[in-house]
Design a protein around this ligand. Structure first.
Ligand SMILES: O=C(O)C(=O)C[C@]1(C(=O)O)C=C[C@@H](O)C=C1
Length: 285
């Protein structure tokens, strides 16, 4: 998606295409993380002494160092990129002129994303234990977190696109003026799109998580289980083998966490949408 082009950034069909592409990024990132054990010590504060004075966990240290470099190459000046850490340095590249697609807002749900990722996702996809691959786990964690953050914050563009729809704008304005959070949530919800997304995700996760044998046979995780394969067994309580994740885990995490947080971003964005905005005369009544 070229966010320097305003038409691209506000077409609902194009935005949904971006979300579909990000599904692939997220599934592969999760599969990559699932190769390594939980490595809980990378998430606990104070395990190591850090040269940047950080008191947080190894993951936070790593994220901050990486985000500093990314900030220097202006990653976070793009309206679809949100950092997890601060303070960050100014870019060394000249600023790009993004057209003002989004209404000014202060929404950043990365704290919630981090919490859910650590509490719900990592324990589901990784085998318990410690395999000493701390750098590899943290690298994969940052890839998962960045992809999830981008996907979820795309809710802002989607909300803007829905708000700008002339057939809906009047209704949105009324709901926003009444601070009717539930009404806004209901209006922006499209259950058909959500159901199709979950079906597609299950299929994708099944295919991406499969192995192809030398004879070209596709061996899915489900099949391995059915046939009592000797492939690396999942650790007790974990829902994965050491390399692949189950299709249902991905769909479940979208259903319980990715879609609801995206919708939360949409609602929050819309609640701020009228601030400092001149309501057009023809939508006033
Ligand atoms: O596609 C949309 O209309 C969105 O708002 C995105 C999304 C999603 O998170 O995938 C969220 C809410 C809708 O109910 C459907 C899908």
């Amino acid at each position: 998606m070229n966010l320097l082009n305003k038409n691209d950034a506000l077409s609902l069909a194009r935005l949904r295409d971006v979300l579909i592409r990000l599904e692939d990024t997220i599934i592969f990132a999760l599969i990559e993380r699932a190769q390594f054990a939980l490595n809980d010590c990378t998430y606990q504060p104070g395990v190591y002494k850090y040269d940047n004075g950080s008191q947080g966990s190894f993951l936070e240290y790593f994220l901050h160092e990486m985000e500093k470099v990314h900030a220097r190459v202006r990653r976070y000046t793009s309206p679809d990129e949100y950092p997890f850490t601060s303070p960050l340095p100014e870019p060394m590249l000249p600023t790009l002129d993004f057209p003002p697609t989004l209404h000014p807002n202060n929404i950043n749900v990365n704290k919630d994303i981090m919490e859910r990722y650590l509490q719900d996702i990592v324990p589901k996809i990784c085998a318990p234990g410690d395999d000493l691959n701390y750098g590899s786990s943290a690298t994969r964690d940052t890839e998962c977190l960045q992809a999830l953050s981008k996907r979820i914050h795309y809710g802002k563009f989607i909300a803007e696109s829905k708000f700008m729809d002339p057939t809906q704008q009047k209704t949105y304005i009324k709901l926003i003026q009444n601070k009717d959070r539930d009404g806004i949530m209901e209006l922006l919800t499209n259950r058909t799109v959500e159901a199709a997304l979950l079906r597609r995700l299950r299929r994708k996760a099944l295919i991406y998580g499969s192995d192809i044998t030398e004879t070209g046979e596709v061996v899915t995780k489900e099949k391995e289980v059915e046939e009592g394969s000797t492939a690396t067994a999942a650790a007790p309580g974990a829902t994965t083998t050491s390399r692949k994740i189950q299709a249902d885990v991905v769909a479940d995490l979208y259903e319980r966490f990715v879609i609801p947080l995206t919708k939360e971003v949409e609602v929050e964005y819309l609640l701020q949408r009228l601030d400092g905005w001149q309501i057009p005369e023809d939508t006033k009544n």
